[in-house]
Design a protein. Structure first.
Length: 299
């Protein structure tokens, strides 16, 4: 079927085929690169948030808790503001009122928490166990599935670094009375110094990563498509001017010569392949004219 097409059509089909193959290969590679880039952008933002939450935790441990810990023995209810994890969670929820961070979620998932709100689910327990089994593992990232959609998460281990933490988490007998009155004696005890008891987890809907990748990919592919369209147009103009028009003129002259109009001329001043073909065609026409003249004389 291709032999019925004109030269320009064949050439355009070849270019489009090459473009489509190239765009499929490069698009797949570019999508992977952009997806990784989007993950890195989200991760960098999340890591800044984790550092901020760690600063809140440290402030609570070193400045808030010393001021209020004596009241824990006399207050009827436990002062949760003395707990670093509680302070970090509350500060983060306040931060989420900012539109830029409204899609981020913060959790301090714990295997054996005092507050059942912090109890790790089965997936989070798996992350914590990985941190516990490999003390050199400092961070985990990935996607997890929820009924409302997938989440992209960044998790870091939480370890008992201070002896002061054990005042509330060693045994029920050593814990403040207000803590027992508020949360009971069943959870949050038996912790050991330097033990990994939970994980800091910041997560964001996976659509955040997907949408960022999709927008970047669409922008790049649009630019590539535009450049390709302009390239096709310029190549077609050059092909028409340098190849197709000279060949059409040469075909017209050949037709005239074939019907006896030997005075038809074809002028081609270029020195490229078309020029060489034109020169050979003119020599053939001259030879044919001389042969016809000799034949006429003999007759």
């Amino acid at each position: 079927m291709l032999h019925n097409f004109k030269l320009g059509t064949k050439f355009n089909l070849l270019l489009v085929s090459v473009f489509l193959i190239g765009i499929l290969i490069s698009g797949a590679a570019l999508a992977a690169i952009l997806n990784r880039s989007a993950e890195n952008q989200v991760t960098n933002k999340a890591l800044i948030l984790i550092q901020a939450m760690n600063s809140v935790r440290n402030y609570t441990s070193t400045q808030v808790n010393p001021l209020l810990k004596d009241r824990l023995k006399t207050e009827p209810e436990f002062l949760a503001q003395t707990v670093p994890g509680y302070s970090a969670r509350e500060v983060f929820e306040n931060l989420r009122s900012n539109k830029e961070y409204s899609d981020f979620f913060y959790n301090e998932a714990t295997l054996n928490p005092t507050n059942r709100r912090d109890l790790a689910d089965d997936y989070e327990k798996g992350l914590i166990e990985r941190f516990r089994s490999d003390q050199n593992l400092k961070e985990l990232t990935g996607f997890r599935t929820f009924p409302g959609g997938n989440l992209y998460y960044i998790a870091r281990p939480i370890a008992v670094k201070s002896q002061s933490c054990l005042e509330c988490h060693s045994t029920p007998e050593a814990a403040p009375k207000s803590l027992i009155a508020t949360y009971g004696r069943s959870g949050g005890f038996g912790w050991q110094l330097n033990e990994i008891v939970g994980a800091q987890i910041i997560s964001v809907p996976a659509s955040e990563v997907v949408n960022t990748t999709r927008q970047s990919l669409l922008l790049v592919m649009s630019a590539v498509g535009g450049v390709f369209a302009i390239t096709i147009l310029l190549i077609n103009l050059m092909l028409r001017q340098a190849v197709i028009k000279p060949l059409n003129r040469m075909a017209m002259v050949a037709h005239d010569v074939s019907v006896g109009k030997l005075d038809s001329e074809f002028q081609q001043t270029s020195h490229d392949e078309i020029g060489v073909l034109a020169a050979a065609f003119n020599r053939m026409k001259l030879s044919l004219s001389m042969a016809m003249e000799m034949l006429n004389k003999q007759q």
